[in-house]
Ligand binder design. Structure first.
Ligand code: RFL
Ligand code: PHB
Length: 398
């Protein structure tokens, strides 16, 4: 039975969603002496086991270390200084270290980042409420926005100064903004990725992005014993039609290169992900700020989603700090514009990587030749390789 009167609570910043955006924001704010409460509808265990991103940009790594949550990542993360682009059965290395003046990426699973952040929030006495139901946001066009939810059967109302909508693409914050305020920009791709996690030592020290006549394939990893591999497939591919044997067979075919072998192992998990590019403008309405996947989605080919979410909340935390120390909304008012400049550059990069590396069902022989020329160019021109490298390791924060 629900109590009829809601329990009233108060905080400075109410955060919906305990994904990377919500937890990084909450911890950054607490380091700045700003109080927040995070409400999350899933369990902590679910979030800490869900397999998603794996590539952290240098800026994300630096931030996590600065925030004091980088110890395990430094010990267990795999630092990479390049990637391989493979096409026509041959590999071509893009050397990030050389092309970006020493920058790189770190392979460390998103759910491991979440574990580190949750532990840090608990240690700091932070409030992250898991398994809350019926979350809704109200009055964000006033100076006293509210988050309503149910926790353990009790109706609660959290009054805040600001709400951060960090609840991902399928969350409730973006749809709560009145119709007509947001403009949506969207592109769906006519393919998806079938991803597996396998108990097999990675067959390469660095990631391999492959363009093959039968479609894209990616070799990635999580640890020295666990490989993460992806195959381009139909957007609505039925994963049950893919036996382990068929998956390995297809990976062998697409990744084939002379003198190189793919090591197989037990498949621990498989799933299909759709691919889309999506942006809403602006990323703010009144005192509701959207951050991360709730405001934008990129296809995974550029490995950018998590990194973009972290960049958003860094900008938001900076603006909130400015507000609480000066009373001025100046930086909050520029939040959306600053984020969107970066978002669109990352959208462009993710779209470009996706367009270069996948087979399109409606392509003609001209398109195919153009893609091969693009790959040839990127791997033979230092200027082109540099463009890829500087985007892949992460553009600087404005
Ligand atoms: P999240 O991670 O989706 O977190 C949102 C949280 O909000 C909760 N939530 C709610 N809570 C309360 N009430 C509601 N009504 C709620 N509705 C939702 C959810 O339960 C969840 O906990 O969004 P956030 O924080 O913006 O983070 C975004 C990233 O998770 C995402 O962009 C990346 O995973 C994308 N991504 C990659 N990003 C990278 O930077 N590098 C990569 O290598 C990379 N690889 C990937 C990826 C995403 C993939 N999939 C599965 C889409 C590979 C794949 C296959
Ligand atoms: C991953 O390891 O899951 C991964 C790596 C690179 C990408 C996307 C996903 O571009």
């Amino acid at each position: 039975m629900l109590n009829s009167l809601p329990i009233s609570l108060r905080t400075q910043v109410g955060i919906v969603g305990a994904g990377p955006a919500g937890l990084v924001l909450s911890h950054l704010l607490s380091l700045q002496g700003i109080e927040s409460v995070v409400v999350e509808n899933r369990s902590r265990q679910y979030a800490e086991q869900r397999v998603r991103a794996g590539v952290l940009e240098q800026g994300t790594v630096d931030l996590l270390i600065e925030m004091g949550v980088g110890e395990r990542m430094k010990a267990e993360g795999l630092v990479h200084h390049g990637i391989e682009l493979r096409f026509g059965g041959r590999g071509h290395r893009i050397d990030f270290q050389d092309l970006t003046g020493g920058k790189g990426i770190t392979i460390y699973a998103q759910h491991e980042v979440l574990k580190d952040l949750n532990n840090a929030r608990v240690a700091a006495g932070g409030q992250v409420l898991f398994e809350v139901d019926n979350v809704s946001v109200h009055d964000f066009d006033s100076s006293r926005p509210k988050i309503r939810y149910q926790k353990d059967g009790n109706a609660c109302e959290l009054t805040c100064d600001f709400i951060a909508g960090c609840d991902g693409f399928h969350g409730i914050c973006r749809p709560s903004i009145p119709t007509g305020v947001l403009t949506e920009y969207e592109r769906e791709y006519p393919f998806g990725w079938l991803g597996i996690l396998a108990e097999a030592p990675p067959s390469s020290e660095e990631l391999i992005y492959t363009y093959h006549d039968r479609g894209f394939a990616l070799l990635s990893m999580r640890t020295p014993r666990i490989s993460r591999l992806y195959l381009q497939c139909k957007p609505d591919e039925d994963v049950d039609l893919w036996s382990d044997e068929k998956i390995w067979q297809e990976l062998h075919t697409r990744l084939a290169s002379e003198g190189w072998t793919l090591t197989e192992g037990q498949i621990l998990q498989k799933g299909v992900t759709g691919m889309r590019s999506f942006v809403v403008e602006p990323m703010q309405y009144g005192r509701l700020f959207l951050a991360g996947d709730s405001a934008h989605i990129v296809p995974p080919t550029g490995a950018k989603g998590l990194n973009l979410a972290v960049a958003d909340v860094q900008i938001l935390a900076r603006a909130l700090k400015h507000f609480y120390s000066t009373g001025s909304c100046d930086l909050l008012d520029t939040y959306s514009a600053i984020c969107l400049r970066r978002v669109w550059k990352v959208q462009r990069f993710s779209w470009w990587m996706t367009s270069m590396l996948h087979r399109f069902p409606d392509e003609n022989p001209f398109d195919h030749r153009r893609q091969l020329a693009e790959l040839d160019y990127v791997t033979s021109s230092r200027a082109a390789a540099k463009t890829l490298a500087e985007n892949y390791v992460g553009l600087p924060l404005e």
